[in-house]
Design a protein around this ligand. Structure first.
Ligand code: PMV
Length: 320
């Protein structure tokens, strides 16, 4: 049967522990969140494939093969890569809608790539599995981020919560029924590739210092895995705080992150840390009581930040 339209969505993510050190082969823990990117594809009678991304570039449809903006290059790569696998000559019209803020450390580009790859495989009737979706999304991430670890596309594809080390993944249980994570977006955009490359420069200049910091973060990740399973909020909070201090020492903090962390600590978070590449972007905080969280969120809004409660361990890529 000829399918004329498909839609797949894929989640963003938070890195709970271990960003940056994961690029150097240490483990990290990530969880899929409630915000998702969605790709809808129609077959069309038009002569060329097209793509629109109205959240980011409103009221424009881009023809693939013509000049397209840089942000769409990775998606063009996915389309070419997957079209090569079929003799199907259908022309496609793609629309991407995303709940995820861009350049904020919540895995927006990976969620878009995963949803596009899954939708394309499906509408073109190409046999595939989640590994195939993950692989092509990883190649697309390399176009955007240079040398990504692969954690963003992996968690977006498979969902849940994972421990990720050297591309090996294991789903892990998180047992935190009486707590809530909030995400605070500093609204300072930043570029993952630049942050990863400048840390690489610092690492090359002082490998001993940075290796020791990565090693310590690696130990925190191992310890947090146990405590996420046990649901020990005090301990998890403490590990988040320690991970944050080490990230700061890596040089990926900024003044807004510092301010948000201080607000969250004053508001009795169990713990908090930047999440993602840093340099702006988002902070996550762990709290016990929902009523208190709403006050905290209000306070953060008054300070000019965007804050919200997030679900974690949500479903990976799915048909809509
Ligand atoms: O800020 P994000 O969502 O791009 O996350 C980057 C996470 C890093 O560990 C800094 C880089 C990576 O590829 O793992």
């Amino acid at each position: 049967m000829d399918i004329e339209k498909v839609t797949f969505s894929a989640p963003g993510k938070v890195i709970l522990f271990g960003e940056h050190s994961v690029v150097y082969g240490y483990p990290a823990i990530a969880s899929a969140i409630g915000l998702r990117a969605k790709c809808s594809i129609n077959s069309t009678s038009l002569e060329k494939n097209s793509i629109s991304i109205p959240n980011i570039i409103p009221a424009r449809k881009f023809i693939l093969g013509n000049e397209i903006p840089g942000v769409l290059k990775s998606l063009e790569f996915i389309v070419h890569h997957i079209l090569k696998k079929t003799k199907n000559q259908k022309k496609l019209e793609m629309e991407i809608l995303s709940d995820l803020p861009v350049s904020a450390g919540l895995g927006s580009s990976a969620a878009v790539s995963v949803s596009v790859a899954a939708s394309l495989f499906s509408i073109l009737g190409i046999e595939h599995n989640l590994e195939n979706v993950n692989e092509v999304a990883f190649d697309a991430e390399k176009i955007i981020h240079g040398t990504p670890s692969g954690i963003d596309n992996t968690i977006s594809t498979f969902g849940g919560s994972i421990i990720f080390e050297e591309s090996n993944i294991k789903q892990i249980p998180i047992n935190l029924p009486l707590s809530h994570f909030i995400i605070v977006n500093s609204l300072v955009p930043r570029n993952t590739k630049d942050l990863v490359y400048s840390l690489r420069d610092r690492y090359n200049k002082d490998t001993k210092k940075y290796s020791q910091l990565f090693e310590k973060i690696g130990e925190i990740v191992e310890e947090s895995q146990k405590n996420l399973k046990l649901g020990d909020l005090e301990r998890i909070g403490d590990l988040m705080n320690r991970n944050h201090i080490l990230l700061d020492e890596l040089g990926v903090g900024n003044k807004h992150i510092k301010k948000i962390v201080s607000i969250l600590n004053n508001q009795k978070a169990f713990g908090c840390k930047l999440t993602g590449a840093g340099g702006g972007g988002c902070v996550i905080g762990l709290f016990e009581d929902r009523e208190n969280i709403n006050n905290v969120i209000e306070l953060l809004h008054q300070e000019g930040y965007n804050a919200f409660i997030t679900d974690i361990s949500t479903q990976g890529v799915r048909h809509e």
